[in-house]
Design a protein around this ligand. Sequence first.
Ligand code: EPS
Length: 384
Amino acid sequence: MLRYLTSGESHGKSLISIIDGIPANIELDIDEINNELRKRQQGYGRGGRMKIEQDKINILGGVRGKVTLGSPISIEIENKDYKNWEKYMNPMDEVDLDTKKVSKVRPGHADLVGCLKFDFLDARNVLERSSARETASKVAIGSICKQILRNFSVDFTSYVVKIGDIKDYNFYDFDYIKNNVDNSLVRCLDKENEIIQEIDKAKSEGDTLGGIIEVRVKNVIPGLGSYTQFDKKIDGELSKHLMSIQAIKGVEIGLGFDLSTRGSNVMDEIYYDDKIKRYTNNLGGIEGGMTTGEEIIIRCVMKPIPTLYKPLNSIDINTLKNYEASVERSDTCAVPACSVVCENVVAFVICKYFLEKIGGDNLRDLTSNYNNYLERLNEMGWKR
Ligand code: EPS
């Protein structure tokens, strides 16, 4: 089973991940992983931290000569900012606990509940780990998964549908998104100027902005996931992983909430014309907890970042007096970065289910199992 764990604080020495279950003999393109990390750092509306960091992976185990060994892969991403934080964050020495103490907990962040739960009087202990800095690890892991799936033609893209009140109502095909999204400062395909103005306005007012992201996956074979048990459904697993990304508050597949209509409006009718085909893809490529072979379409909503320069009402957790919440350095809008994160998190889940369905602990076995499966699907009328 493909799985991972991450460790590390936002201003600690580094971010660490261990990925277990990656098959052997996959050649890794390290530059591509770093390029994906670079994309996560970009996007108009980010704060000062991204000028300090230049995220790059340092693989510590599980890979030899850029080729996976089938053993657990350990990855480090250094926090360049650590040198400015060592006196507050050093795990192995005495630290200054006062200067960076956060006691005026920020509504919307993990601060208050984290302090209550773990018996802390300093939300620094909470925010260091709850920070979206951890998403750099998720991107590195997803990028490796994409490289595995590329051997089987699976491809991923994502873009920003909405930021603040500015929404793009168009529908784009996969290749259009893939070919254009990286040219935009906000990973959108329409209304870039309006979105940038919206971000500037929110920034000047000390506010933050949330938004909606769409992820697409093409060339996924039918039958990843299963209807036979609740925890085997791939839409459940996708939602779990996407909802676990910092600040994601909702996930919808295909038309999602707009499916609250008549069945005849939305079911993806089936016909045969040299192969099994669909007239539409309103269910976003998943039926009965399984991939249908149609493109996977997922949307996620990211709430606005809770650290506001115009602070919100809150309390001091030490004195229980009413105060305005602390102001920490933050971003006005991280929706474009979150698009890169969501895309890579989806890649992890698709890869996990692909490996479960196809099986094989090395690329050659995977390839022959995959070809056998496609051959049988072919006999049953399903062709790509
Ligand atoms: C982030 C690093 C953080 C924030 C952001 C995401 O850096 P710092 O806290 O040093 O400014 O820019 O995290 C949050 C806004 C948050 O609320 O967690 C990153 O690497 O993406």
